[in-house]
Structures are given as C-alpha cells and as structure tokens.
Design a protein around this ligand. Structure first.
Ligand code: HEM
Length: 542
C-alpha cells in the first residue's frame, strides 16, 4: 500500500469539511435556538405573565436585551425616553417601571402621586442618595454611620428636639440659613455688594481671561463661560468670603470642569473611566481640607453661618478634616451648579425677546440708586415685578431637567401601585412642567406670559405640578437665594449695560444626554458670544 494511496483525495477533504461545518452549524443553530427560546420565555414571563399575576405593581416598559434594559436610551436622552414611555402607557399617568442597566426605577408622572412621594419620608429615602455620593467621593463607612445615627435631643449647638441624625439635622440648618429672614439677608447683602463691585467693563476686561475688549466701552465674552465663572465665584464668596480663594485661586475653575462632568459621578462611573471628573474633584476636596486646616480665626470670620455651624456639629461627633471636606464639597455643588446655568438661559431668552428685556429693566429700576443696586427686596416682590417673576418661572420651567429620586427602603404604595423595596422612585420634573393640561399650549416655547395672562396662570407657582426645586422635606432650601442672585445679577447687568448676541446665532441647544442636578447644561461648542457695552446716558430708566 503506497503512502500516497492513504492520503484523502481533494473531494474527501471537501466532503469532510462540509460535514464538519454542517455539524458545527447544527450545534450553533441548536445553541441559538436555545438562547432564543430562553429569551422568549423570559420576555413572555416578564412583560406578559408577571404583569397579569401582579396587577397591583406598576407595568414595566418592555425592552429587548436583559443586561442593558433601556440603559442606552436613558443615557442618550433620559427625558425623551420617559416621555416615550408615558406615551407607551397611553398617557394614563399611572406610575410605570423602567429598567436601565439592571436598575429598576418606578416613574411617577402624576402631580398628585408626586406629592405622595415627597410626603413619604418613612419608606422613601433621600438620604440614601446623599450617602451614596459620600461613598463615591471617598467618605469612610464609619463616618457615614456616625453622621446618620440618631443624635441626642439635648446636645449643644443647633436645636435637635426630634433627636435627628446630624446628617438630617443639617437639612434643617440649611433652611435656617436660607429661608427669608435675618440669616438670609446677610447672604443677600453680601451678594448685592459683590455684584455692585464686580460688574464693570473694566473688571470684566481685567479679570475674565476669556474676554476680549475691542474698546474701552465694549467687552465680548462667551456667555455660558462667563455666567459660570461669575456665579461660582459669587457663590463661593457668599459662603467662604475670600479665604477659600486664598487657599486655592483655581478652585472655581476646577469646579466648573467637574460640574460639566458631574453626570459621571451620578452614574457612578468606575474611577479609571473618568479621570477627567475625578481629577478636579480630588483637587477641590484637597483644597477644602487645607481650608479646614487653617486656624479657625483665619477663616471663620468670613464664612457664612452654615459653614461654621456645620463644622461645629460634625466635629462634635468626631468627623475629621478629610470627611468634613467631602461633606462641604457636596454643599459646594448644591450652591453652585444651578444659578450659573439659570442666568445663562435667562439672558439668552431675554436677548431673543427684547420686549421682555425692556419689561425686566423697567420693573427693576426702582431697586437702584443711579447704577447701584440698593433695595434687595424690590426685585423679589412679585407684586412689584410680576414680569420678572414670570421670567424666572418660565426659565426654570423650560431649562429644568432634573428628577427627584428616592430609594424605597420598604415596599410602598404610590398612586395605587405597589413599589418594591430596593428599587428607586423617580419624579421627573420635566414631564410635569411640560404637561399642556396644566401649563397651557405650546409648552416647548419660552412664554412668560403663561404665568400672567389668566387666573389659572397666576396660580401656577402653587400648583403640585410645579417642582423645579423638588419637594417635601428636602425641597431645595436655596430657592429664595437662587432667585435673588440670578435676578439681581441680570437686573444690574441690564441697568448698567446693553447686551447683545454677536452675529445671529441660533438658540443654543440643551445637552439632553447628561443628567444634571437641576438646570440643563448647554451643548458643548454652542456657547453664545455676546457683546456688553456701556449703556448710553439717559437710558438708565428705559
Ligand atoms: C435655580 C437654582 C436651583 C435649582 C433649580 C435647585 C434645585 C434643587 C433640587 C431639584 C434639589 C433636590 C430636592 C429634592 O430632590 O428633594 C435641590 C436641593 C438643594 N439645593 Fe438647590 N437648586 C438651586 C439653587 C440652589 C442654591 C443657590 C442653593 C444654596 C445657596 C441650593 C441649595 C440646595 C441644598 C442645600 C439642597 C439639598 C437639600 C437638603 O438636603 O435638604 N440650591 N436643589
């Protein structure tokens, strides 16, 4: 037998390969069939059988791929997804469920049901959100436990008759600082003096590295960059005086970089995937630690009451400088993330609607002596400045993109639906604010008149559908100060200067893909370049 005779012929080889491929493909097809079968059973169980067996639970928006759920769509445009989901359930406004990357959220879109969410502090926790942020940003477990354990009702310091944990007591302290009254007047006066001092063409040209100044009566700035820089420095000054600026002159710059990437922190990206966010964050926390290492008499005199009072409460329960820096870092972004964006959107709308700009100028004129803002209460009084009030509301309505989120710490019924312990409950503000049955037609347009024209319109600020600041016990305590700083800044700017867009840029687009803690950011690359020029003599009261 020759060796060559034993070798398989070419035809044998082709036949063998064909047989092998068929066998392999059969195995593959069997595998694929099994996967499809499992998938079909899963889908049928999850979206057909389970809802029939549990009609008391919110219906879930169907999805195709189990590990992803609606994650990618949520990332791309969370409010767009929520609006589509509500439509999928025929706009009944019943709570529904939505899963993204393995996390299930119950979405509450009815104003009455949202009130149930805000009221139920027993089963729905806001603190869990704060604790998660503390963990993500470096607090140790022991400190978190200490801060959220009940404190003595008889401790010295801020009154605590209910024996709340220091973590929860701090919410009451924010309200004490920020509710209209003596403590807030201190902050308002500080803000007014800062605005009066800083808002000059000379100051703009000298202090804003991004400005250009073609003549002594004209400065050009990218508006979003400017309002961001301006408001973060203002917020920092109100709370820390000049001291934090001396510790770290670059703190506001680091903050603005961080704040535009804050969504990576909210989505809890692993550190190695978001060095661009963690680097400025770590820089800021380190600077705050250095601030607290300064001798008290070098910093406390310039700080707001809340900064010193929080320090006293935290030190009394043994919180060290590292953890104190992390806690105050969270306060820093609560103070600074929204006012900078609100003033940007407000000014952009005003420039595109000159009749509202003129009304803003005219209503706020009595708050000034010459070009100095003197009266801090006039602009806040809706009876004296109704259009300003409507502009404030309409700007928040159209640029508010946040949602209130709570963790169900036990099974709870909201809107007649059973929500399971361990899942999150979400109230998307935007869906409430775009409800045409409440806010009138064409809710996508910026139209302050909707707050003024009719009896219903004038009642909107007290509607349960109006939630730009969240609600319940944790409703934004800074809302009065926020209105004051934004409207006082815009009024002073308009009193002293003319402001107009350079060229004819389109309305900047909001960056809908990034979650925020209140007001939406502008899409990268769409800043609005504006020219600020000295107002001519005689125009002052126009
Ligand atoms: C237009 C500006 C602002 C908007 C839209 C806004 C919005 C919000 C929202 C939605 C929450 C969460 C509420 C919840 O889920 O229950 C919140 C919380 C908070 N905001 Fe604001 N905010 C603004 C300005 C400010 C300012 C200027 C300050 C401080 C000076 C501030 C201080 C706080 C604090 C301390 C909390 C936490 C409340 C707590 O833990 O009790 N906010 N804000």
């Amino acid at each position: 037998m020759s060796f060559a005779k034993d070798l398989p012929s070419h035809t044998d080889l082709v036949l063998q390969r064909l047989l092998f491929t068929l066998q392999a493909n059969a195995a593959l097809s069997r595998g694929l069939f099994c996967v499809l079968l499992v998938w079909a059973v899963w889908r049928c169980w999850k979206f057909t059988i389970y809802p029939k067996l549990h009609p008391d639970e919110p219906k879930e928006l169907p999805y195709l791929i189990p590990v992803l759920g609606h994650g990618p769509a949520f990332f791309k445009d969370s409010n767009g997804l929520l609006a589509r989901a509500r439509q999928h359930f025929s706009n009944t406004n019943e709570p529904f469920a939505l899963t993204a990357f393995g996390h299930t959220f119950y979405v509450v879109t009815h104003a009455r049901h949202s009130a149930e969410v805000y009221k139920n502090t027993e089963s729905l926790s806001f603190e869990e959100f704060v604790q998660t942020l503390m963990r993500v940003n470096g607090s140790d477990e022991e400190t978190i436990r200490t801060i959220y354990s009940p404190a003595s009702a008889h401790k010295p310091g801020f009154p605590n008759p209910e024996g709340l944990s220091v973590g929860v007591l701090v919410q009451r302290m924010h309200v004490h600082q920020l509710h209209p009254g003596d403590s807030m007047f201190v902050l308002q006066n500080k803000a007014r003096d800062w605005i009066n001092r800083k808002l000059s063409l000379e100051g703009l040209a000298k202090e804003c590295k991004y400005s250009t100044s073609p003549s002594s009566t004209r400065v050009e700035v990218p508006l979003y960059e400017w309002t961001s820089d301006y408001f973060v420095r203002l917020g920092q000054y109100i709370y820390f005086g000049d001291v934090l600026d001396h510790v770290d002159p670059h703190y506001p710059d680091a903050y603005i970089i961080f704040d535009e990437l804050i969504w990576k922190m909210l989505y809890q990206y692993p550190n190695y995937l978001c060095r661009d966010m963690t680097a400025p964050r770590d820089h800021m926390i380190a600077s705050l630690k250095r601030y607290y290492q300064l001798p008290p008499d070098e910093r406390r005199g310039q700080a707001a009451w809340i900064i010193n009072a929080m320090e006293d409460e935290m030190r009394a329960i043994g919180v060290d400088n590292d953890n104190l820096a992390i806690i105050v870092f969270h306060l820093y972004f609560a103070i600074n993330t929204n006012a900078r964006k609100t003033s940007f959107w407000m000014l952009t709308h005003l420039m595109r609607n000159p009749e509202y700009m003129a009304a803003f100028r005219a209503e706020t004129a009595p708050a000034f002596r010459g070009n100095e803002l003197v009266d801090i209460s006039h602009i806040q009084d809706a009876t004296k400045c109704p259009t300003v009030d409507a502009i404030w509301h309409e700007t928040l309505r159209t640029s508010g993109w946040a949602a209130s989120v709570r963790l169900a710490t036990r099974d709870v019924v909201i809107g007649g639906k059973l929500m399971r312990q361990g899942n999150r409950v979400m109230v998307p503000h935007r869906l409430l604010h775009f409800d045409e049955t409440v806010f009138g037609e064409d809710t996508a347009s910026w139209r302050p008149q909707r707050w003024l024209d009719t009896e219903e319109g004038r009642k909107l600020p007290s509607s349960p559908s109006w939630r730009p600041f969240g609600g319940g016990r944790t409703k934004c305590s800074g809302r009065f100060l926020a209105k004051f700083v934004v409207t006082a800044f815009v009024a002073t700017l308009l009193r002293r200067f003319d402001i107009e867009a350079i060229g004819e840029p389109p309305m900047p687009e909001p960056d809908v893909g990034r979650p925020v803690l209140g007001i939406i950011s502008v899409k990268e690359g769409q800043d609005y370049r504006v020219a600020i020029t000295e107002r001519k003599n005689g125009d002052v009261d126009a």
